[in-house]
Design a protein around this ligand. Sequence first.
Ligand SMILES: Nc1ncnc2c1ncn2[C@@H]1O[C@H](COP(=O)(O)OP(=O)(O)OP(=O)(O)O)[C@@H](O)[C@H]1O
Ligand SMILES: [Mg+2]
Length: 890
Amino acid sequence: MRAADFHCERQFSWRRQLIQLIKWNFSMKKREPAFVANDILGTLLFLFILVMLNLGLAVFPGSFSIETLPTLASLCPDASNCIAMGYIQPNSSLPQAASQAILTELAQLIAESEPQFTATNALKAFPSEQAMTDYRNQNDKSLFVGLELQAVNVTNFDTVYYIWVLDSLFASSNYNAVGYTTAQAYLDRAIINAQRSLIGPPGTPKLKSPLTYTANNGVRFASINIKEISVGVQIVFYMILMFQTVTANATRALANDKAILRPGMVVMGLNETVYIFSVLVVQIISSLPVMIVVTIVLCTFGKVFIYASPVLIGVILVLYSMLCAAFGYFLSVIFPDPRQSTGMSFISLYLGLAMYAVGKLSLFDKSGVSTAIQTVWLLSPHACFGRILDLIFSQETILQSVNLTTLSNYPKIRTAVIMLAVDIPIWFILSWVLEKLYPGKDQKGLPITFLFDKKFWIPESVNEAVLGGDLDEIAPIHQEASDDIELVDFTAVGEKQKHSVRVANIVMKFPGSKKKHLGPIGLFHQWLSKKRGKDVDVNVNVGGDEKEVPKEVVALNNVSIDLHSGQTLALLGHNGSGKTTMLSILSGGLLPTAGKMVVKTKTNSPRGYSFLDTSKPMELNLIRRNLGVCPQFDVLFPSFTCKEHLILYAALKGIVVLPSSSPKKTQSELLNEYIDALLEDVDLALKTNVRTVSLSGGQKRKLSLAIALLGNPSLILLDEPTSGMDVGATEKVWKLIQEIKGNKTIIITTHSMEEADTLGDRIAILNKGEFQTIGTSLFLKGKFGVGFRMMVDVKEGGNFDQILDAVKQVFPAADLTASSSTTGSITLVKPEKITSLEYSELLSGLFTKLNALIDVGELKDVNAIGLGQTTLEQVFLSLNDKDDDQRQAS
Ligand SMILES: Nc1ncnc2c1ncn2[C@@H]1O[C@H](COP(=O)(O)OP(=O)(O)OP(=O)(O)O)[C@@H](O)[C@H]1O
Ligand SMILES: [Mg+2]
């Protein structure tokens, strides 16, 4: 079966597009293995640095070290001049004997333990608290610990005491280092020893010095490590940097697609919302393995997170990587140039790090900062991620394990994680809306109200707005009649076929480039040149060679044409004459500067059709459902096979193949058969499962053509479809186009006269953005051709005079070009006064008369004569000559 025998319908399916786009996105990743490797290696590199840093610092929260008590002597720069401990004389209300016993035991313990101290300076008595304070203030390097007994009970030895330590030391050092613990250990032992000596059974052994470290005696302490907050900050920085390559690459790929691939795919029916969604899904799937590895390393041997649950960390990392993709999308919308947006992703990283730092230092957990500001701050992907890590980190330092189920116990972490998740749709939706409002150069954005417009969500509802408006009201053509344009007699054309496409006074101007801003070097150059007396243009290149500044280009200048279905229009013209521009406006890829292009489209309006405007995005959606485009430059994906391309585009167009009466088949079987038939039609059956990377140029064109024909669209735009094809293939394509033509409207651009002659029911010649002529092949040849030629064959030794004289009687301007002594051709230029019909009658009359004269031997030198017609090529050339003459004249 031929592809044309299948019946296709359009049914937009969200799911089908998504599945195909996910597949496509993965194949795009395959196309750029270096970037995928870069994504993975970039992440792993920073993971490595982070783990090395962390292990290098060797400070892990929760691990502890056993330390011994510092001696009091160690606090003292010169032990012989120091007092180990001072005490305030026990108050007279205290039991004196017991108090003295404690002090004696204490002095003994200190002297035993730290022989550096003499009996007098081991323990020094002060009459009052004031005296002790004064002494300490005057000799602040010689008294570290003071003691005051508050209550002593002889019977059960309940004791209350104060230990005085220097607050200046206490503030700057830790609890152990200021001698407090040592003093307390001495004192407690002294109290026990006093009790034993006073009321214990005789011979009760006394406790030894707390500094005597043996298995059975002495005081030790365990110091539990916490991470320094500065380590936490470093970890946060490295974790943010870890994902930078992901953001940069996502941004670059999105901007690349936006600039190169998406416009073509949108024309084919790509729904950009589904596209964005597919990017998100692919990001999750592709980042998952790396995230798992990162999480495992961070939570196990990397010891970056010891208490937090790996599941929580993994979830946060995946959310963050999705957020990076969303943010990359935002950047690609704001900065459509791929290089620019990649650069901006780095700048936004630095800004994000700065926002994290500012948030940490002066916003979060600070009183007086409103929740609104804190929430706004958390909209920054990096600041939000950093905040979460910070909070989890501070729980690590106090050995608290946070996990998904206990998240509600940590409201700050919970809020930040929720914000991280909420940020993803926020950035996606924001970018998506911005993209709809400002779709890019030469494209028309939607008005902000589009979100509430039913037409946007349900394209079919556009009919209600355009209920069969009259074409001449929607897009009137203002044009003076011209002899060079053959009018189509629409009376002979059925109502249904009429006006399938109208191009009404289209003007397309491309702005010239803006004047360059001169950098410092350029300004210097300008100044120098001025000094030398040379007047330089501000656009002079710094190197000194003048660059021509592109001026505004008028690609189409007030072109108008009406087409009806069943017609094929061949567009001819030199390079840059505006052919592609015209097709791009028609397919909605470009927004015209002025004028309208209207496509008659089947709708539910009472008439059954509406005239839809290609410059209105919502109407364009409907037009595109019945549009097939073969762009001048193939939009093909190297790692996709021919068949995969057609499956993808069939999904984008929502093509459903209707079952014929034959045995029931599934939709995918039918689609498969249809695609095979289509590939057979364009002669690519043998390449069905071959990746396009290994196709030849001509084969790629065939595939592009197949894509354009997919789903039997009623309007087909073919931009130089046969360029690069060999003669055989070209002829096959011509045959195919003629076969499928039916009631379709086809516009084909070409540089081949033969192609235009073969396929074009009408041929339009574009020259510098204007239609130089439009008409059937015959009209063009008749009007611009040099007319007919008479080929003459004379006898050896004879001459052409006889015959030339005879011809001149009818065509006075006739001219002879001899190609040899016996053959030549005489031009039979049509006199201006007569009509084409009179011209052809004149020709046939002349021909009959001359043949009769030859037969009777009147023209004895002439052997034979023949009639030759002008080719389209000659028309083209003569139009060029005319153009050159005009230019010279002006
Ligand atoms: N995006 C653009 N920005 C600026 N100028 C453009 C742009 N696209 C086309 N032009 C200019 O518009 C004019 C018409 O270009 P167009 O591509 O339509 O020509 P064409 O007839 O298709 O040529 P070819 O036969 O080489 O394909 C050219 O002068 C071209 O430089
Ligand atoms: Mg072109």
